[in-house]
Design a protein around this ligand. Structure first.
Ligand code: SF4
Length: 643
C-alpha cells in the first residue's frame, strides 16, 4: 500500500506523519473580516480526518492591502490569533500538521477587493486584474518584511505548526523576484541578488522572530512561463538562496496569473506536469522538496519520490475531490478514490464567480459545504426511483443508497453519463469518463439497481410503487426555430455528432460558440474537418474557465477553425447560410453540414403526467432548468440528503 507515501518526514524540526500534503488553495470560506469561520474549520477538519499529513491554510494576508479574494484569512493583527488557534486545535485532534501560507497579492488583486489601489514593486499593470498598482516605497517594503515576520509569529502563538512563505504564482514576493514585474533601480530591483532581497529578508526576519524550532517553507513558481519571467535555472539559484536564509523546505509550483493554465492546469496538460521542475530544484538544494501539479494517483506520487523529484506531494485539487484519499489508500480502497478531472469549475471557477464566491468541486459537491452537508443514515428505508443516469441522477442514487434507501435507476441509453459522457469526446476531455465511471461504481457498490436501455413510462414508474421519484432526465438541444431553413436534412445537432449518430461532411458550420459548440469545433477540427464557428456574442467559450479555455482556443487556431463572433444566423439555405455579422448581411457558403449548438432546453415529459399519479417528485438538473453539470450534481446530492 504505497509504503513510501506513508513514511514520516522531517521539515526542520517538524515531523510530518506521511507524504500527503494539501497545498494552500483559496476557498473564500473565511469571514469577510479575515477571521477564521466555522465553515473553514469544518473544511480543514474534514481533510485532517482524511489522513493528510500536512495541511496548508490558504493565502493568509499579512497586510489588509494584500488580499486577493474578499473572504481571505488574515494575520495582520492580533485579533486573528484566536480563530487560528481554534483551527489548529480542530486539525491536531487528527494527528495532522498544519501550516499557514503567508501571502500578499501585490498587483494581482483589484481595488474593489481591497478598497484601495493595489501595490507592487513597480507600477506595471497586471494584465489579468487590469489595474496599475502603486509602486511601494523602500520604507513600505521594509515594513512589509516585518509584517511577514509578525504574521508568522502570530501563527506560532496560535499553535500552528509551520508557515509557508508564498513566493509563487505572481503574487507580491514573486513580483519582486521576477524581472517580468520588477523594474526597480534600488536595492530591491535589477540584479538577481537584488530581486531576491525581498524574499530573503522575509525568511531571515521570520527566523529571527519565531526562532529555530519553527519550520518555514518557501513556495516558488520555478517557471513562470511569461516573457522575462523566472526560469527553472534562476529558480534553482533562488532555492539555494532561500535555503541559506533559513527555510526548511521548498514547494515547487509554476505559472503566474497571466499563465493560470500552468497553475491550475486543465486535463489538456498531463498529470504531474510540474514534477520535472521540482526535480531540477531538488538537485540544487539539500532541503526537502514538495512537488505539485495534477498529482492524482498514488502511483505517480510514489514514482516522484522514487525518481527523487520530490519528497512530499501536494494533491491540490485532488484533495478537494477526495478529502479521504490518504485513508482510502492506507486501507486498500484505491477503487473508492474520487478522481479530479481538472475541469476547474468548482475550485478556481467558483472562487471568482460573483454568484458563488466560495470553493466547491464538480465531483465532490460536499467540498466547501462540509458543515452543512453530511451523509447520515436515513431514519427509515424508502424506495426511490430515479429516471436518468446522468451525473445528477448518479450522484443522487449513490448518496441515497449509502444512506440506506432502496434505489432503482431507469436509463434509456445503454450506459450512464447522460450528456456529460458526450462531453468526453472532444480533445483533452477524456477524464470526464473517469468520474462517470466512479459515480457508477460507487452507486453499484452501495446496492443501486440500474435498468439500462429502458425508456421509463409513467406506468413503469407507478408499477415500482416508489416512495419518492427523482426526475433527472436532462436536456435536449435547443432548435432555434427563428432561423429560417432549420429543418433541412444537412442541419444536425452537436449531440448527433458527439454521439456518433452522424458523420458530417468535410466542411462544417457550427451555430453557437458556447462550451458545446466550441468543443464540437475542436473535436471536428482535430479530425480534419474544415470548421467555421459562429457565435452571436463578441467572444466564444465564455462559459468555460480561462485555464481550460486557453488550450481549447490555442487548438482552434492551430487547426484553423474560422471563428466568427458577432455573427447571427438568419437563414440556412441548401448551399449557403445568410448571417448578420456585426450588423452587416453576409453569405457564408461552402459548408455541407450545419451543426446546431445553440443551447439546451429541459427534457421533462414525464413530470406533468406523473404529478397526477404519485407524490414526492423531485425534478433536478437540466430536466428542471438547463444548467451546468456541477449545479445538477450538487442538486442531486442535496435532494438525496433530504429523502
Ligand atoms: Fe478537480 Fe473539477 Fe473538482 Fe476542481 S472542480 S477539484 S478541477 S474535479
Amino acid at each position: 500500500n504505497f509504503p513510501k507515501l506513508f513514511q514520516p518526514i522531517k521539515l526542520g524540526t517538524m515531523e510530518v506523519p506521511n507524504r500527503f500534503v494539501v497545498p494552500a488553495m483559496g476557498t473564500n470560506l473565511a469571514n469577510p473580516d479575515g477571521t477564521i469561520s466555522e465553515d473553514l474549520i469544518a473544511y480543514w477538519e474534514t481533510r485532517a480526518k482524511g489522513g493528510w499529513g500536512l495541511l496548508t491554510v490558504e493565502v493568509t494576508a499579512v497586510d489588509s492591502l494584500g488580499k486577493a479574494i474578499p473572504n481571505q484569512p488574515g494575520l495582520w493583527d492580533d485579533q486573528f490569533i484566536e480563530g487560528f488557534s481554534n483551527l489548529a486545535k480542530a486539525v491536531k485532534k487528527h494527528d495532522a500538521k498544519i501550516a499557514v501560507q503567508l501571502h500578499h497579492a501585490g498587483r494581482q488583486t483589484t481595488s474593489t477587493t481591497i478598497g484601495d489601489q493595489p501595490v507592487a514593486p513597480s507600477p506595471l499593470k497586471c494584465p489579468i486584474c487590469n489595474e496599475i498598482p502603486r509602486e511601494l516605497s523602500r520604507e513600505e517594503i521594509y515594513a512589509l518584511i516585518d509584517s511577514y515576520a509578525t504574521a508568522a509569529y502570530r501563527a506560532k502563538m496560535a499553535g500552528i505548526d509551520a508557515v509557508e512563505i508564498h513566493g509563487a504564482h505572481g503574487y507580491l514576493i514573486a513580483q519582486f523576484m521576477s524581472p517580468h514585474s520588477n523594474k526597480r533601480v534600488d536595492e530591491f530591483g535589477g540584479t538577481f541578488e537584488n530581486r531576491m532581497r525581498f524574499p530573503k529578508e522575509i525568511a531571515k526576519n521570520i527566523r529571527r522572530k519565531v526562532g529555530s524550532g519553527f519550520p518555514v517553507i518557501f513556495r516558488l513558481s520555478a517557471d513562470e512561463r511569461v516573457a522575462d519571467g523566472l526560469t527553472v535555472q534562476e529558480s534553482r539559484a533562488a532555492a539555494k538562496i532561500m535555503e541559506q536564509a533559513g527555510v526548511d523546505a521548498i514547494h515547487v509550483s509554476k505559472g503566474v496569473y497571466e499563465t493560470m493554465q500552468y497553475i491550475v492546469a486543465p486535463s489538456d496538460v498531463g498529470p504531474g506536469y510540474i514534477l520535472p521542475d521540482a526535480g531540477e530544484i531538488k538537485k540544487s538544494t539539500n532541503l526537502p522538496v514538495i512537488g505539485v501539479g495534477r498529482i492524482n494517483t498514488p502511483y505517480m506520487a510514489d514514482d516522484a519520490i522514487t525518481r527523487n523529484q520530490a519528497d512530499l506531494l501536494s494533491w491540490g485539487r485532488q484533495s478537494l475531490t477526495d478529502p479521504e484519499l490518504p485513508n482510502k489508500l492506507a486501507s486498500g480502497k484505491t477503487d473508492e478514490v474520487a478522481p479530479c478531472i481538472a475541469c476547474n469549475q468548482g475550485c478556481i471557477g467558483y472562487i471568482f464567480d460573483p454568484d458563488k464566491l466560495q470553493i466547491s468541486c464538480l465531483v465532490n459537491p460536499f467540498c466547501g459545504s462540509e458543515r452543512e452537508m453530511e451523509i447520515n443514515n436515513a431514519p427509515e428505508q424508502k424506495h426511490v426511483v430515479i429516471i436518468g443516469a446522468g451525473p445528477g441522477g448518479l450522484k443522487a442514487a449513490w448518496i441515497l443508497a449509502e444512506r440506506g434507501h432502496q434505489v432503482t435507476v431507469f436509463e434509456s441509453r445503454s450506459k450512464p453519463g447522460g450528456q456529460m459522457e458526450l462531453g468526453a469526446f472532444p480533445p483533452g476531455r477524456q477524464e470526464i469518463t473517469k468520474f462517470i465511471n466512479y459515480y457508477w461504481h460507487m452507486a453499484l457498490k452501495n446496492g443501486v439497481t440500474f435498468r439500462f436501455n429502458t425508456e421509463a413510462t409513467v406506468q413503469d414508474i407507478v408499477d415500482e410503487n416508489p416512495d419518492s421519484i427523482i426526475l433527472a432526465t436532462g436536456g435536449k438541444p435547443l432548435i432555434p426555430e427563428n432561423i429560417s431553413g432549420i429543418n433541412q436534412e444537412h442541419v444536425v445537432t452537436a449531440l448527433d455528432i458527439l454521439m456518433g449518430k452522424i458523420t458530417p461532411e468535410s466542411r462544417v458550420l457550427i451555430i453557437g460558440g458556447g462550451l458545446i459548440g466550441s468543443e464540437t469545433a475542436d473535436f471536428l477540427a482535430m479530425k480534419g474537418h474544415k470548421v467555421t464557428l459562429c457565435e452571436q456574442e463578441a467572444e466564444i467559450a465564455t462559459d468555460i474557465h480561462e485555464a481550460v479555455k486557453y488550450f481549447l482556443i490555442q487548438r482552434l487556431h492551430e487547426n484553423q477553425v474560422d471563428i466568427k463572433t458577432g455573427t447571427k444566423i438568419i437563414e440556412i439555405q441548401k448551399d449557403k447560410v445568410i448571417a448578420s455579422i456585426n450588423g452587416e448581411r453576409h453569405e457564408l457558403s461552402g459548408h455541407e453540414t450545419i451543426v446546431l449548438a445553440a443551447g439546451t432546453v429541459s427534457n421533462n415529459q414525464l413530470g406533468p403526467e406523473l404529478s397526477n399519479k404519485v407524490n414526492n417528485i423531485h425534478v433536478i438538473g437540466d430536466a428542471s432548468d438547463p444548467r451546468k453539470a456541477i449545479d445538477a450534481i450538487e442538486e442531486g446530492a442535496r435532494v438525496a440528503l433530504n429523502i
